[in-house]
Design a protein. Structure first.
Length: 127
């Protein structure tokens, strides 16, 4: 992969890093694994340090970085606007694995869990 955007963090950074091609970049954001797995919150510091320490492996020709948008931050709206601007300008792209309507949410979960191909699942919530 040229770029992997990892919203889970913690242990998932290792898997995301492992699928990068040379000159690829892993972008960590969110650190959502505890919330997604319903496990207790834990310090993000060790995982973020581990993510950045991978940059010391210069011979791998892979890079890592971290992007944070925190809804409790006073910068939440500007940061989110910046992210959407990058998407609009094509500076970043998000591969779409599949799109589902809200009433197909169970099918969307099965598709996400299948792991058949990479990409995001989009749920259409408006008619």
């Amino acid at each position: 992969m040229d770029a992997v955007f990892d919203p889970l963090g913690f242990e998932s950074f290792d898997e995301s890093y492992s699928i990068l091609k040379k000159e690829g970049v892993l972008v960590g954001y969110g650190m959502n694994l505890p919330e997604w797995t319903k496990t207790p919150q834990r310090s993000v510091i060790p995982s973020v340090l581990k993510l950045f320490s991978k940059n010391l492996l210069f011979w791998s020709e892979k890079r890592t970085t971290f992007f944070a948008v925190n809804r409790r931050s006073k910068n939440f709206a500007p940061d989110l606007e910046q992210l959407f601007e990058w998407l609009k300008d094509g500076k970043i792209s998000v591969p779409i694995k599949a799109t589902f309507k809200l009433d197909e949410i169970q099918k969307a979960h099965r598709e996400y869990a299948s792991g058949d191909r990479l990409g995001s699942i989009v749920i259409e919530v408006t008619p």
